[in-house]
Design a protein around this ligand. Structure first.
Ligand code: FMN
Length: 309
């Protein structure tokens, strides 16, 4: 069976994954703890926690809450900062077989470019994922992903600052995700990833206050899968770039749904919190489905359920 997928074919180095199953940013930390317990080298790629120019402490507690078939978070981009990542983590990643993609965020397009430029030529870094979709950043993040022109500005700034394969991660908190996807494709993205969390809230009725200290947070988990699938289907039909599907993937069959909707790869997020082996089990489930169906090439699944009109 051939599970390999190419995500950055236009780039000098490209981004060839041994299979389409990746981890989602913010749900697998920087990969190091998991590497001790799991055979993470079998994964397609690891996307690390979104990292900013300076370290960030994140939002006050409580910053997570359980919801039916999902969870809310407002972590607020707690991270170690780009210089510590390059100095302390990249040398370990350079010894790994699994490629690591670094998720980045800035307060302005220039700052995104600055963070991206610090990854140039760093051994152990195989690509950049641009976070223009986090609902939990006071400045940056979703603010840029909600408007096609702003999304293109940020994408262009990082494109000029880096030769690395560039994935742009989109927010579902928009009226027209296709317009944003088209704008970032035009501005030099090599792939798009969708979706980040859906802006949401919950109430602590005994405390008579919002469940999250920051009032609003992002909804993730199985609850968002049908929304994410619809958006992946729309975007895959509109842009000529690989699409990475994300949202509520718990099993190999969930991943197959995304591939059939038009995604070339998938990311596993919230599932990892209840089952740290979830990304590997998604991969095994996908392989099992291909065996059962007699499918040799994973690419045969991509877009297989698309309806021609
Ligand atoms: C606790 C938590 C932290 C997250 N942190 C980030 C982050 O730093 N950057 C980012 O792009 N997405 C972040 N996300 C969003 C996930 O990467 C993913 O897009 C989303 O949760 C949907 O996928 P899922 O339903 O499989 O979790 C976070 C999600 C959760 C639950």
């Amino acid at each position: 069976m051939n599970l390999a997928v190419e995500l950055g074919s236009g780039r000098k180095r490209g981004l060839l994954l041994q299979n389409p199953v990746m981890t989602a940013s913010g749900t697998f930390s920087y990969g190091l703890e998991y590497a001790k317990a799991l055979d993470i080298q079998r994964l397609g790629a690891i996307v690390c926690k979104t990292t900013t120019l300076k370290p960030r402490a994140g939002n006050p507690q409580p910053r997570t809450a359980e919801t039916p078939a999902g969870m809310l978070n407002s972590i607020g981009l707690q991270n170690i900062g780009i210089d510590a990542l390059v100095r302390d983590l990249a040398p370990t990643w350079a010894r790994w077989r699994v490629p690591v993609i670094v998720s980045i965020l800035g307060a302005t397009p220039q700052e995104y470019g600055e963070v991206g430029s610090r990854l140039e030529g760093v051994a152990g870094v195989s690509g950049i994922e641009l976070n223009i979709s986090s609902p939990n950043a006071q400045r940056g993040g979703m603010q840029f992903g909600q408007e096609p022109e702003a999304a293109a500005d940020v994408t262009g700034a990082v494109r000029r600052a880096s030769t690395l394969p560039l994935v742009v991660k989109l927010t579902p908190n928009v009226t027209d995700i296709v317009a944003v996807a088209r704008a970032v494709a035009e501005a030099g993205a090599d792939a798009v990833c969708l979706i980040n969390t859906i802006q949401a809230m919950a109430i602590d009725v005994r405390g008579r206050r919002p469940a999250l200290a920051s009032v609003f947070g992002g909804l993730s988990g199985p609850a968002i899968k049908p929304v994410a699938l619809r958006m992946v289907y729309q975007v895959a039909g509109a842009v000529d770039l690989p699409v990475i599907g994300c949202g509520g993937i718990m099993s190999g069959l969930d991943a197959v749904e995304y591939l059939m909707a038009g995604a070339s790869a998938v990311q596993v997020g919230t599932a990892t919190f209840t089952n740290p082996s979830a990304p590997l089990e998604v991969l095994e489930g996908l392989e099992g489905f291909m065996r059962e169906e007699g499918i040799e090439e994973v690419r045969e699944l991509v877009g297989a359920a698309r309806v021609r009109r």
